[in-house]
Design a protein around this ligand. Structure first.
Ligand code: ADP
Ligand code: MG
Length: 698
């Protein structure tokens, strides 16, 4: 029997394969490009391409694709076959360095937010050699960045790589100040925990809302939801277990370090977490994971729902972005060290994150904003839309001691002065308070918990890396060249704590009192919806920061703002239209049929037995008739509003109207339809119920 170590990474053109297939000279030159970003020699590219093709063909590949991540947040690919006609009528399998490095997928239909005029609609892809090529089906997939003719980023990967570079640059300046001259490169790592739902395909196929929008737009709560907490970490049902095993195998072949899996809080909800890796690789892997989760589900007669809020009334799905910064010498900069200097360095990086999260609350919030995630943030199970940092009591006490020049614990007699004290190792605090925090320090990393389950993790990490790069830049600018480094450092840390402690909150983030305190007393932002937060992207402070670190150009920022708002509106428009369609063609006829049968039964009964009152039926007929009137008028109301919005051009205006008019009208329609569901005999109801969806996988 094949063991995992036999097939792990078998579909990846990874370091092992490169070493085996490339000459020593080509290999070392490619390694230089991968590790240090050195420019790639065209001759080396040709040799790599040829080895890659040979390996891919050996593994059954016939095509190759430049695999990229357009601004829609999904992945895209256009397959080209390797075949090249030979003069004798046969074909050769060819793949050149040029084809490896650069592609022209055209792809002019992807949203560009005005970055491409149609006459130069062509987009270009460029190889990202730091993320390994892999085989999917019969296709060699080459991870790439996607740019316009004039070099603007049309994807999520380019700005992600730029943000990693910005952070690297600033972190190296700081490390130098601490005498770490052996460090050549600093990278961020991410381990994204992915939540998802599994439903039976036979039920999914009968629901237009799931098919068109990925979430249920109607559905009354079943008698049982998640109140017993009996699903969380519960035994995994055999069918789900088979799915998870199959999924793991597929992921392992692709070199994805799928590690833990368990049931989540809601019925039918599960989680998968990989072992963390370098951010751009983790991003590629998470995109692939989401794709493969769906593919494997189909093989098991299941559908994997990645929507943030597939069911009202039960928990939604998020993604926890575990993030840390480490050096090429293997030091995690978010871990306290053994010496006072290491600890001062740790505190400085910690402060850089605190300052970044406080200064750029808006960017972090909008980096996770989608129509889907709006249902989750601010609801009961997810972190609130207000961003705060959980540090735990111990670390908070230390910061407090530094700020106020006082001893940090009863045992410690000396005042907390940097460069003197040895810090304790911080254990991960696993209290409930921690779990309600949108941004929690968990011992040696931060866990950003606001991401939606279907989000690409690229956006969140772009903003996080950029904001921390900015803090580090401010620090480096201040500290480089000072005479008394220790004092300057101490003052800077102290000032950061003073200025930014308002973002630190160790209490219960789900508590309404916190939202009040956060917004009223502390002045933190509470950006509840996508149209609330997206325009902040264009605020001068944000544009200045992002352009100064060369993460985005101004045009790229404007394009993204427009695309995100436009996507929000399109999603809500599709949802609204789907509701209208389901109400008119399925719900109203079903309730009507049941009411008519009730009426028939009253007639039959009274004909059979004179003087029967048939109160039950008559009462029900009355209620259902009222409800059908309400459903019909709510449907009409929603439909009118949707039609009216078609005449508006401005993306911001449309998004605001979606938030203020369409969503409430959708809610109103749903309320009456769900009530009708509770009164209608099950066999009349036109599509599977919440009970079947949530408890139907056995
Ligand atoms: P949980 O949050 O469920 O308790 P863990 O804390 O063990 O689980 O890990 C969650 C995720 O964090 C995993 O994907 C893990 O690989 C990742 N992780 C662990 N250490 C780091 C680190 N230093 N940097 C980034 N991610 C990390
Ligand atoms: Mg977690």
């Amino acid at each position: 029997m094949k063991t995992v170590s036999d097939y792990f990474g078998s579909l990846v053109f990874d370091d092992r394969v490169m070493k085996a297939k490339l000459s020593a000279k080509v290999y070392s030159s490619l390694k230089k490009t991968i590790d240090e970003g050195a420019k790639l020699d065209p001759a080396v590219a040709d040799a790599v391409a040829s080895a890659m093709k040979e390996w891919a063909v050996e593994h059954g590949a016939t095509h190759y694709t430049h695999w990229f991540q357009p601004m829609t947040g999904v992945t895209a690919e256009k397959h080209d076959s390797f075949i090249d006609p030979a003069p004798d009528g046969r074909v050769l399998m060819e793949f050149s360095g040029k084809e490896l490095i650069k592609g022209e997928p055209d792809a002019s239909s992807f949203p560009s937010g005005g970055l491409r005029a149609t006459f130069e609609a062509r987009g270009y892809t460029a190889w990202d050699p730091t993320s390994y090529a892999f085989i999917k089906g019969k296709t060699l997939c080459i991870p790439t960045a996607f740019c316009s003719y004039s070099g603007e980023a049309l994807d999520k990967k380019t700005p992600l790589l730029r943000s990693m570079e910005a952070l690297n640059k600033q972190a190296l300046r700081i490390l130098k100040l601490f005498g770490n001259t052996d460090v050549h490169c600093v990278k961020t790592s991410v381990g994204p925990e992915q939540e998802y739902f599994l439903v039976d395909k036979k039920y999914f196929d009968q629901r237009k809302d799931l098919i068109y929008t990925g979430r249920t737009l109607f559905g009354a709560m079943p008698p049982k939801g998640q109140e017993l907490d009996d699903h969380y970490f519960g035994t995994i049902k055999p069918r789900v277990e088979e799915y998870m095993q199959d999924l793991n195998e597929e992921l392992w072949k692709l070199g994805i370090l799928a590690k833990t899996e368990h049931n989540e809080v809601a019925p039918a909800q599960h989680e998968l977490a990989p072992i963390y890796s370098t951010t751009n690789i983790a991003t590629d892997h998470n995109q692939l994971t989401m794709e493969i989760m769906q593919k494997v589900a189909a093989r098991h007669g299941l559908v994997c729902l990645l929507h943030e809020k597939p069911f009202a009334g039960v928990n939604g799905s998020g993604k926890h972005n575990n993030w840390s910064i480490s050096t090429d010498t293997g030091v995690n900069l978010l871990t306290p060290g053994e010496t006072p200097y290491e600890n001062a360095q740790f505190l400085l990086f910690l402060c850089a994150v605190i300052k970044a999260v406080d200064d750029y609350q808006d960017l972090l919030r909008l980096s996770v904003a989608t129509a889907g995630n709006d249902h989750r943030l601010g609801a009961n199970e997810a972190p609130p839309a207000v961003i705060s940092i959980f540090l735990g009591d111990e670390l908070t006490e230390i910061l407090d001691a530094i700020e106020n020049d006082k001893p940090y614990s009863a045992a410690e007699k000396t005042k907390m002065k940097l460069g003197v004290n040895v810090l304790p190792k911080f254990q991960k605090d696993n209290t409930d308070r921690n779990r309600t925090s949108p941004f929690a320090f968990t011992g040696n990393k931060f866990e950003f918990r606001m991401l939606g389950s279907s989000n690409s993790i690229a956006c969140a990490n772009i903003m996080l890396n950029s904001a921390v790069a900015e803090s580090l830049k401010v620090y480096a600018d201040r500290l480089e060249g000072v005479d008394d480094f220790d004092t300057a450092l101490h003052d800077m840390i102290k000032n950061t704590i003073k200025d930014h402690k308002k973002i630190i909150f160790n209490g219960n983030g789900y508590d309404d009192a916190w939202i009040k305190e956060a917004t009223e007393k502390r002045g933190l932002l509470n950006l509840r919806t996508t149209p609330d937060c997206m325009p902040k992207l264009l605020d001068k402070k944000n544009v200045d920061m992002l352009t100064s670190h060369k993460i985005y150009t101004k045009a790229e920022i404007e394009a993204r703002c427009e695309i995100m708002l436009d996507n929000y509106s399109k999603v809500i428009n599709i949802e609204g239209l789907t509701m209208v369609d389901m109400a008119k063609k399925e719900i109203l006829p079903a309730v009507e049929e049941y009411t008519a049968d009730l009426a028939k039964s009253v007639a039959a009964k009274t004909a059979a037995v004179e003087g029967l009152s048939c109160e039950y039926e008559k009462e029900l007929i009355k209620k259902l008739s009222c409800l059908t009137d309400s459903i019909a008028s709510a449907t009409e109301d929603l439909e009118h509003a949707l039609v009216k919005l078609k005449t508006v051009d401005d993306v911001t205006e449309i998004a605001n109207a979606d938030r203020d008019e369409i969503l409430p009208k959708m809610g109103a329609l749903r309320a009456v339809a769900d009530e009708a569901e509770t009164l209608t005999a099950e066999k009349y109801w036109p599509f599977p119920t919440y009970g079947e969806l949530l408890f139907g996988v056995r």
